[in-house]
Design a protein around this ligand. Sequence first.
Ligand code: NAD
Length: 357
Amino acid sequence: MPEITFQPQQLRRYVTEVCAALGSEGREAELVADQLVGANLAGHDSHGVGMMPAYVRGVLAEQLFCNRHATVARDGDAVLVVEGNRAFGQVAGYEATELAIERARRTGVALVALRNSFHIGRIGHWGEQCAAAGMVSLHFVNVAGHPPVVAPYGGSDGRFTTNPVCIAIPAAGGRPPVLLDMATSVIALGKVRVARNKGEQVAERALLAADGQGTTDPEVMFSRPQGAIMAFGDHKGSGLAIMCELLGAALSGGDTTAPHHARDGSVLNSMLSIVIDPGAVTSHDALIAEAEAFCDHVKASPVRPGFDEVLLPGEPEARSRAARAEGIPVDDGTVAELRLAAEEAGLAADRVAALLG
Ligand code: NAD
């Protein structure tokens, strides 16, 4: 499918102007742009500016509210429970993560349960926020508010969603953090959307049609009855997805995908973050030195046929950032959705044309 290449700054301007048209004040639009354009730069278009149409729909449907913030519901010093208040997830996620970093600096470790925020996007963004502050972090996340789309191992219909998990270890000397950030489904739902917009098929063993048979056609996730995405890694990945739901939401007091919770079509995330100050366990420098030695050892494994090199988690994103610094390709299907969303948000047609061409 044809695509248009945008400068990162152009996409930032699109996001900030659409947010402003929706009513965002203060830093809100900048925080949304930081994360969405950051996801495009990292190569995760599924969580990039292509999310704006869902956010515009969310605001217009009063499922997502501009200018709301995370609020502390319970303060137990090293344990904080934070309400997401259906604020922009980019605001609630940023604020909850800042709180976690500040607490971990004081107490050595902080456990922050953020519940029922609107979509908090690419979880690696929060791991990077912690790593930039020199912290180790673990994040377990669930997704609720809309019908579940991921089938458990052995099941045939959606019972939970793409429940991401992220673990970040800081690095030094300009190296990117070691950052595992992944959906627990074979593919993220956003990647099914991107494949559909591009008119492409998805990989084998990722999707089930509504009759429980395997398929590569992304359309099964957008038709009724709906198909399902498979959890990654058979019983092990399915088990990790279930734990993300139980830690991210059941422990946090957020909505799980159990049927007694309302499903109004919104995208709600709950996230349990554990943020650790390495200085409270070993020393920051000792962690960095040992991690570097270990990672060098891992990367030196002789490459097997079919591979070019051994990459660490986080390296593909760092490379994408370098490659996309001068231009981010966006497929025509997504650009058309962005245009429509901007007009729905209230931007004049000539301004939309100036922003997106
Ligand atoms: P992915 O499969 O592209 O990458 C997963 C991890 O594997 C990353 O840490 C990456 O660095 C690493 N990796 C990729 N290729 C590698 C290679 N060749 N060698 C070594 N490591 C490699 O990611 P995904 O599972 O498609 O998830 C995409 C994004 O979706 C993530 O940022 C996730 O946080 C986000 N997500 C968000 C939600 C939400 O509700 N907010 C839900 C699901 C997923």
